[in-house]
Design a binder for this molecule. Structure first.
Ligand code: OOG
Ligand code: MG
Length: 261
């Protein structure tokens, strides 16, 4: 039976060649979240061997809308590397569809963490450790056939479907902003496609940081100073197509846009 490192390799090849794979749990039904996080970590180690740098984490399945869309019910995390970041020019990131399988985009809030966070923390401690907040768009791309009906361990092993992300300008004086009550609006080609309150994300987006620290602590890890953290999507994700323009506006934060070719 394929091992943790075999699956990390297979998923990595699927990603590099934009080739869909069958679910891991088809051949390894008892795959646990712990095994899955080991596959995820082995996959990130392969990317680091090629020179990519870990710059943070993404939380997933932190909103009811996402849990309903995916039919999965517990939050999970994935690792972000520098190679996943869509470069921004004048608030716009250009995303090339070539090299992706079935990409989807979703509205998120990103935190810039200034101090190491470890173990059980409160929302207030999480916020106090942040140096800035940004609007962000995550581009997901599952390596599994059809991007559907997978189990939580499958998703975790696949780096929680993480693929690319774009981050808007950082707001540093966010202390008087009520992060738990920001209006969010994602437009596609100028038409409003999704709207939500930031409270959709874990009840309050800072709760995603609390949950991330709790999950990392189960394997003795902490959230390093300098990390960028995506708190999870506030709404369901929208499939990306050719020549699309996706704009995210969040009250109190600078907007950003991603266009496809
Ligand atoms: C899992 C990742 C979910 C989010 O923001 O909820 C996620 C998936 O939808 O494939 O990134
Ligand atoms: Mg996401």
């Amino acid at each position: 039976m394929p091992s943790i490192s075999d699956w990390a390799q297979t998923l990595d090849e699927g990603r590099l060649n934009a080739r869909e794979l069958g679910r891991i749990t088809e051949t390894w039904p008892e795959l646990s979240p712990t095994d899955a996080y080991q596959i995820q970590a082995a996959g990130i180690a392969l990317r680091m061997k090629r020179g990519e740098k870990v710059i943070g984490y993404k939380m997933g399945l932190t909103s009811e809308a996402k849990r309903r869309q995916m039919g999965l019910h517990s939050p999970c995390y994935g690792v972000l590397t520098d190679a996943m970041q869509v470069p921004m020019r004048d608030g716009i990131g250009q995303f090339r569809l070539a090299g992706s399988i079935h990409p989807k985009i979703e509205p998120e809030i990103a935190f810039w963490v200034g101090r190491e966070l470890r173990g059980e923390i409160t929302e207030a401690q999480a916020i106090a450790a942040c140096t800035g907040v940004s609007a962000a768009l995550e581009i997901l791309d599952s390596r599994f056939i059809g991007f559907k009906y997978f189990s939580l361990p499958d998703v975790i092993a696949d780096n929680s479907s993480s693929a690319w992300f774009a981050v808007g300008p950082e707001r540093r004086d966010f202390q008087n902003l009520d992060l738990g009550a920001l209006a969010m609006r994602m437009s596609v080609n100028g038409q409003v496609a999704q709207t939500a309150q930031s409270s959709e994300i874990s009840g309050h987006p800072a709760r995603s940081l609390v949950e991330l620290c709790r999950l990392l602590a189960t394997t003795g890890q902490s959230l390093p100073a300098g990390s960028l953290v995506l708190a999870g999507a506030a709404t369901a994700a929208v499939p990306l197509e050719k020549r699309m323009s996706i704009r995210l506006e969040i009250e109190g934060l600078a907007s950003l846009e991603v266009t496809t070719d």
